[in-house]
Design a protein around this ligand. Structure first.
Ligand code: SAH
Length: 215
């Protein structure tokens, strides 16, 4: 899978190739699913695990902000795949936090991570996954060098901008039917620069009730 993504130019970073080889996607997809196919997959509760090329794209966009010792937040952490990748990249001196509003997914993501190469980091506490509304971020471990949002927001939540460190970067899909993956940089003076990376299709960042109703 990683070689395929390298061949097609999706992965150019060695670090990203390494971390995606270290965290085995097969441990994070439903049993019997085609783990290494390049497509998103349903994981229940109207949620999906993102396609490998989206995981790779987001890891590459955030690579400079996932160096050892840094703090990373994964909003809508779902299966926990990217949270685990973040934890490996920031290492035991860093902090990787997942926030997911479906408690059953929080529980299953923790089980997935326990089977993965990130298990020791979960045990030591540099990696954690919490049940909560990710639109509020996770203030306890703020500010963050890297924030990833795995669901599409109608607009960028202010709480997430506030929890971004100067010099920090957020990658977030923004829009409703038509969405852009936005790269949001907080400059050292606190000002914000935003650019669009690519068009995407994510499940909405919404309330738990709306998601379970499938609105
Ligand atoms: N990166 C994850 C993506 C999961 S899909 C993965 O690849 O496994 C998006 C996730 O966002 C879903 O699990 C959904 O339950 C969650 N989500 C949607 N709105 C949310 C909110 N307001 N707070 C927290 N999680 C949310």
């Amino acid at each position: 899978m990683v070689e395929h993504l390298q061949r097609y130019g999706v992965i150019s970073s060695m670090k990203v190739a390494e971390v995606m080889e270290t965290i085995d996607r097969a441990l994070f997809v439903p049993d019997g699913a085609l783990a290494y196919a390049d497509s998103p997959m349903a994981i229940g509760y109207n949620a999906t695990i993102s396609a490998p090329h989206m995981h790779a794209t987001c890891l590459q966009l955030l690579e400079q902000n996932l160096q050892p010792g840094m703090h990373a937040l994964d909003v809508g952490s779902g299966t926990g795949y990217l949270t685990a990748c973040f934890a490996i990249m920031v290492g035991p001196q860093g902090r990787a936090v997942g926030v997911e509003h479906i408690p059953e997914l929080v529980a299953s993501s923790i089980k997935n991570i326990e089977k993965s190469a990130a298990a020791p980091l979960l045990k030591e506490g540099s990696l954690s996954v919490h049940a909560g509304d990710g639109r509020q971020g996770w203030p306890e471990c703020a500010p963050y060098d890297a924030i990833h949002v795995g669901a599409a927001a109608p607009e960028i939540p202010q709480a997430l901008l506030d929890q971004l460190k100067p010099g920090g970067r957020m990658v977030i899909p923004v829009g409703n039917m038509f969405q852009d993956l936005k790269v949001v940089d907080k400059n050292m003076d606190g000002s914000i620069s935003i650019r669009s990376e690519t068009s995407v299709r994510y499940v909405p960042l919404t309330s738990r009730d709306a998601q379970l109703r499938g609105d």
